[in-house]
Ligand binder design. Structure first.
Ligand SMILES: Nc1nc2c(c(=O)[nH]1)N[C@H]1C(S)=C(S)[C@@H](COP(=O)(O)OP(=O)(O)OC[C@H]3O[C@@H](n4cnc5c(=O)[nH]c(N)nc54)[C@H](O)[C@@H]3O)O[C@H]1N2
Ligand SMILES: Nc1nc2c(c(=O)[nH]1)N[C@H]1C(S)=C(S)[C@@H](COP(=O)(O)OP(=O)(O)OC[C@H]3O[C@@H](n4cnc5c(=O)[nH]c(N)nc54)[C@H](O)[C@@H]3O)O[C@H]1N2
Ligand code: SF4
Ligand SMILES: [Mo]
Length: 806
């Protein structure tokens, strides 16, 4: 019970305050008195059992790219409040506080949520039905050990799959512990790529070689900032992360900010940006239209572009390329399609007015220093590889890179404080599938080959996936695409025979477990962690200690994996004789070898932020040496230059087997893909483009069951008033969003913040299916499992739907 709620009880307030004030426990007492009215006797017992309020130190380990330290107020072994930590080194860093967002602050409600898993359980009903019975930890760990042996003997280790899962970035439990265990048990089928960045990660080497970008600190020297689908104010909200870095830099430069996004995002609002609404999947068309304008207005210098890039002009094309295969010819209509990519052409596709495209081309080309970057929304599409590469080449053609205040079109980089993870050892199985293909690896392993699915390390899969370990993930039945299909595959327990799920909550995925294990939440766990990947130049290390006694039978997966290792006869190899606490200390001592000024572990254990600082590398713009002298400092591409035309991509187009209509283009041209308005037959049936986004209300499905967050940030489908009116839909109406893959029931938000013809829905709502309809509002009941041409990645933002009042 909260302090406030208690203070509302006027009758007893005064006397209690006096009483508690005398013995110095004040607010501590208030919060423990759960049930009123209470007798004097009960009060006396409460008081005598009471201890001083304490502040303990934890962290939010969710996958938002930040890693906020949490100062947790604990009374009587109960969490009372979660607060931000006080920043270290206040003088040196100003007020650089690793301030948690609304989700981190709501952790008390996540820990004490009624949907918490309490005991190990075994499935009793049909797979997916969600019926379980309680078993002991010994039964559970023995069962898992036996299944690992059975599956590997019957099908081989390649049939054991460690599922993609991002719910908790522990260093000494969770993922590294499981992977260490599985490697000792003979290995497991691996995945490559992620749900986050498959398309941009795969496409980038073809443009630049290694992934690199300027940090947001460069914006301090910019006069123009262009954010393509980058929504920091919702996705990178930590006071210790990118949003803060951008804000501080903008305070110095006062650069103009332009946000290109189908939605008028929180970032556009917070940064006083100009919003240029764009149709989803259309960014490569915008780039072509911008370059066309730059050419027509004599704003591109061919010689300069050729100095740094291959494949813009015909003269710079590699020998293997067909004539007129270059980007300039594509833009001018001299390429194979014969279409000139005028501003008008780009306007028709993107929905952006012609005059705005022309003006934007002028602004970018004439800026003193333009910082051009992209989020990951634009690439989580059917043509995401093209989009990512198109945005990457824009600053090269516009000569806005390599200098102070510029970037190379990439997502801004960050740096990590290097805190070791528990070593996982070597996986004896070196077969890898693209992460988005795991449902096919269960149901149709025979179709997965190097040429069709980019299978790595083998020519084929022998048996497909027969056992899944799913630790801190909700991909199985919430975060993967086309859930109706996915669920049907999982329900058939003759396909994948064993599913182990380890979570804190009874999620959609948990319901598909054969064995379901309860892990401690972040606030019940002890570990040593570093900053995450979206904190820019800000680096730090946090020593977290369980703030309360782990509840019920929840355990750390380090101990769980050690038990399984014992059943498998590899306990000593797994633990190396260390407890988890000893691993944590061992990791700290490894850090201390590099950073000898740090105090001994006993001094910092469980104290929260141990050290924080700003990386000196933040002052250097990306590719600056290459810009100064491209011959002396070549890139890591085959040509050593930026590859606007990639011969390697052309080779894949010529040698891979792609479904009808798919294309791996050598230049970042605009490609029409299925489930977009240019897929005209389907668009007749489903006329609205539905694009997902990551909401501040939750981090994927984590925190999505927290009631206060649901109140503050409800899951709603955004629809423009023009589209709403045509369908008789009013604000807050319950609507059905549907296509051939499924139906989602959700509330409508009728708003000018999304452009006509486009609807937008947060991803991560908890899937709840009733009579074939997802009444939980989970977008993945209507997204597609079709893989993208190059990355074999997830096009989860590319969907056509119709919306109707429910
Ligand atoms: N609060 C919160 N923060 C998170 C997460 C979360 O779930 N919640 N998830 C975390 C994780 S794991 C990741 S991977 C990142 C995800 O970060 P992103 O992938 O960058 O996030 P999205 O919201 O998918 O997309 C960013 C923006 O791109 C826009 N967009 C979508 N399609 C297009 C397009 O075709 N063109 C253009 N120009 N814009 C487009 C969307 O409307 C959105 O505003 O965020 C991380 N941070
Ligand atoms: N349609 C659509 N789908 C998407 C996306 C999209 O943009 N659109 N985004 C994709 C992206 S970028 C990503 S990264 C994935 C994310 O997908 P997931 O990695 O599955 O992320 P979550 O849904 O947050 O699931 C994390 C789970 O971990 C659990 N968890 C949290 N803390 C702990 C802990 O301490 N221990 C244990 N054992 N469990 C814990 C949570 O309860 C939750 O069930 O989703 C992808 N799916
Ligand atoms: S969700 Fe991200 S920004 Fe929010 S508290 Fe957790 S780590 Fe920090
Ligand atoms: Mo992600």
């Amino acid at each position: 019970m909260s302090k406030l709620a208690f203070l509302n009880v006027a009758t007893t307030r005064r006397s209690l305050l006096e009483y508690s004030g005398k013995i110095g426990v004040g607010t501590a007492l208030l919060s423990t008195l759960g049930s009123l009215p209470f007798s004097k006797k009960a009060l006396a017992q409460e008081v005598s059992a009471h201890t001083e309020p304490q502040f303990k130190h934890s962290a939010c380990l969710v996958n938002c790219g930040s890693r906020c330290a949490l100062r947790v107020r604990v009374e009587n072994d109960r969490i009372v409040q979660v607060e931000p930590e006080i920043p270290l080194n206040e003088n040196e860093l100003g007020t650089h506080q690793i301030r948690p967002c609304l989700r981190g602050r709501s952790n008390r409600f996540r820990v004490y949520n009624p949907d918490r898993l309490k005991y190990p359980m075994k499935r009793v009903g049909k797979r997916g039905e969600g019926k379980f019975e309680r078993i002991s930890w010994d039964e559970a760990t023995k069962y898992i050990a036996d299944e690992l042996v059975r599956i590997r003997e019957k099908y081989g280790n390649e049939s054991i799959y460690y599922q993609y899962a991002t719910g908790a970035y522990y260093h000494t439990q969770g993922r590294p512990a499981w992977q260490r265990l599985l490697n000792l048990a003979g290995g497991y089928l691996q995945y490559f790529n992620s749900y986050s960045t498959a398309q941009i990660t795969t496409a980038t080497p073809y443009t630049y070689g290694l992934y690199e970008a300027s940090m947001f600190t460069q914006v301090a020297h910019s006069d123009l900032v262009v954010l393509f689908g980058l929504n920091l104010s919702e996705t990178r909200m930590s006071g210790g992360g990118q949003v803060e870095e951008l804000r501080r830099s903008l305070e110095k430069s006062h650069a103009k900010v332009i946000v290109i996004d189908p939605r008028y995002t929180d970032s556009a609002i917070v940064e006083h940006a100009e919003w240029i609404p764009i149709r989803p999947t259309a960014d490569a068309a915008l780039v072509a239209g911008l370059v066309h304008t730059m050419i027509k207005e004599d704003l591109v210098d061919d010689e300069t572009v050729d100095r740094y890039a291959v494949g813009y002009t015909q003269a710079s094309l590699p020998a293997s390329a067909k004539p007129n295969a270059g980007y300039k010819d594509y833009v001018l209509g001299k390429g194979p399609d014969g279409v000139e990519k005028t501003a008008q052409w780009a306007s028709n596709i993107t929905g952006i007015p012609v005059t705005r495209i022309i003006q934007l081309a002028r602004e970018i080309a004439s800026a003193k220093a333009a910082y051009i970057c992209q989020g990951w929304g634009p690439q989580r599409h059917g043509n995401g590889e093209q989009t990512a590469r198109a945005i990457q080449i824009l600053p090269i053609i516009a000569n806005q890179f390599g200098r102070l205040g510029t970037n190379n079109g990439n997502w801004p980089q960050g740096e990590n404080y290097k805190v070791p993870y528990m070593p996982t050892g070597t996986n004896p199985v070196q077969v890898k599938i693209p992460v988005y293909t795991w449902t096919d690896a269960i149901a149709h392993p025979e179709i997965i080959t190097p040429k069709t699915h980019h299978l790595q390390g083998a020519e084929k899969l022998n048996h497909g996936i027969k056992m899944i370990i799913n630790q801190a993930g909700n991909v199985l039945a919430n975060q993967h695409g086309e859930l109706n299909r996915t669920r049907a595959i999982l329900e058939d327990d003759t396909l994948c025979e064993t599913i182990v799920v380890i979570d804190n909550h009874m999620t959609a995925t948990a319901k598909f477990a054969d064995i379901l294990l309860p892990e401690t939440t972040y606030l019940e766990a002890s570990d040593l962690v570093g900053n995450s990947y979206a904190t820019g130049a800000h680096q730090y290390m946090i020593s977290m200690e369980n703030t309360i006694t782990p509840m019920w039978e929840c355990r750390s997966t380090y101990d769980v994996c050690a038990d399984i290792a014992r059943h498998l006869g590899v306990e000593e190899a797994f633990t190396l004789g260390r407890t988890q606490a000893q691993w944590v200390e061992y990791h700290y001592e490894q850090v201390r070898k590099e950073r000898p000024h740090l105090p001994p572990f006993a001094k910092v254990r469980g104290t929260g932020v141990v050290e924080q600082f700003i990386s000196p590398n933040s002052e250097v713009p990306v590719m600056n040496e290459f810009y100064a002298d491209p011959k002396a400092h070549p890139l890591t591409t085959p040509s050593g230059k930026v590859e606007i035309y990639s011969a390697a991509l052309q080779e894949l187009q010529d040698s891979w087997i792609l479904p009808e209509g798919d294309k791996i283009a050598a230049i970042p041209e605009f490609l029409v893909v299925p489930d977009t308005p240019w897929d005209t037959e389907l668009a007749k049936k489903f006329p609205l483009q539905l694009c997902g986004f990551h909401t501040k209300g939750h981090a994927h499905s984590t925190y999505a069951s927290v009631a206060v967050l649901q109140e503050a940030v409800p899951n709603q489908v955004w629809i423009n008033p023009i589209d709403a009116m045509a369908r008789g839909i009013h604000n807050n109406d319950l609507v059905k969003v549907y296509n051939d893959r499924g139906t989602v029931m959700i509330e409508a938000k009728v708003t000018h913040r999304v452009l006509p013809g486009v609807a937008s829905m947060p991803e991560g709502a908890w899937s709840v299916v009733k009579n074939g309809v997802d009444i939980g509002g989970c977008i993945n009941s209507i997204t597609s499992h079709r893989i993208t041409p190059l990355a074999k990645g997830n096009p989860q933002h590319t969907n056509l739907v119709e919306i109707a009042r429910a």
